[in-house]
Design a protein around this ligand. Sequence first.
Ligand code: FBP
Length: 553
Amino acid sequence: MAKQKISELQTERKRFKPVLPAVLKNGPRSVKPKFGKATKSVSDYETVQRLFPNTYGMPMVNLGKGKNPAVSKKIIKAGVVLSGGQAPGGHNVIAGLFDGLKKANSKNKLIGFLGGPSGILDNKWKEITASFIDVYRNTGGFDIIQSGRTKIETPEQFEQTKKNLMDNKIDALVIIGGDDSNTNAALLAEYFKKEGVNISIIGVPKTIDGDLKNEQIEASFGFDTATKIYSELVGNVCRDVNSARKYWHFIRLMGRSASHITLEVGLKTQPNIVLIGEEVIANKMTLSQVVDYITGIVVKRAEAKKKFGVILVPEGLIEFIPEMKELISSLNDVLAENEGQLNSMSGINEKKDFIYTKLPENLASLMKSLPDTISSQLMIDRDPHGNVQVSQIETEKLLIAMVKTKLAGLKKEGKYTGKFSAINHFFGYEGRCGAPSNFDANYTYALGYNSAVLALNGLTGYLSSVKKLVEKSSMWECGGVPLTMMMNIERRKGKEKPVIKKALVDLNGVPFKTLLKNRDTWAETESYLYPGPIQYFGPYSVTDMTTVTLRYE
Ligand code: FBP
């Protein structure tokens, strides 16, 4: 077979050697887990404890240097699965895991389940070998074994998972995923303990959205690279508006449940408006008030003869507007409770008319008041974890339409004389598979290697944790955080469920406060910053520096 051609950059990136944290440098035999105090869930203690009787309260684990020859004695076979949306660095997690396992014992094996958790249920896998993994080192994407959003949730699926893992003689399963996938990891760990099955379950914090973090997990991988890619694009658009001076660009950025991406990109590029969903909900702003805020700035800039600007809109904004949140949550319940009946209807209008009869009156009229495309997009199937697929809802177009209407009204009243031409963008998929930055390449490799160490020590129900991320990678600290420690109870698909709590933008944190301090100036001026493309070679300050968010936090 002809050798696949790779780009010049890929050729260079193959040579990049991630720098492991000092504690992992000499391999799993030189690392000992140290156990801290018993832990508690973030809230709903009693319910979470009742649901996880076997794995609740486990201690924090820190890895320290020390002789640990036992990890090499047993030959282990591990499985790995990529779950959920792509994030730069997934391939390096698998490379780190592979190298950690092989360093402990060259006879250890690793297989990758194909296409996400469905690969476990369908028993589809591929062995990861040295020559196979080498091609993927330091590359973006999840194409090595692909990903998927299947949720392992029914008793039959748990049983099938147990059977397939046992048939394959798997000793440890590493689940690389976001909050939902790691919730699944926690449920599996609990199930295996209950069943007396000796398979370690270790999670790895992945998501470009940056919302899987807490005091122990400083950042999820992929956030650094994805935000650098979006910042380059947004910076370029800012330079374009400043050159042409004729358009308003409405840019929606991925991040379905939290606005971390928008905040980070906003701080890196300083556009005229940065909407933060968490602020909108805290101030109980209506959709119309959000539109008023944007319109106010458009008018002010027009008065200064500036009919151009750039506005960043977090993908999840729609769910942060209290009235919309209420509508979406009611819709979630109506869609879940009437699934059969709705499936039997073919036309979207028939479905809408049916839904209007099931929603409370005020929410039905709110839904009716939305443009047709938006109300249809709100009804798109929920993902297997019950989340609305906000990436399919064109909020930026909704805002443009509403701002236009508002400006037309102001024009009639003689309060606005400008011209408003708007262009919409959605940057999401563009950033999820980029070649990992040096930071993400190092971080993901360390997370993978660390997960091998946790599994080799027989731990289960832990999330791989690498800390002190603003330091050089050699200084990073490694360990494991009990998955149950991050849980709380939330409503999903019309039912109360234990889930890992998402980290939202902290309105008292330095990143948001920095935006707050500067945004009035950015609104009226052209304080744009142009971060440019990710640099892999060159001075440390441009190649290895991580996010503004992490540095401020
Ligand atoms: P994860 O939470 O699984 O990491 O995915 C995040 C994300 O990129 C969101 O920002 C986006 O809304 C969603 O995935 C899109 O999902 P899909 O790939 O299924 O369209």
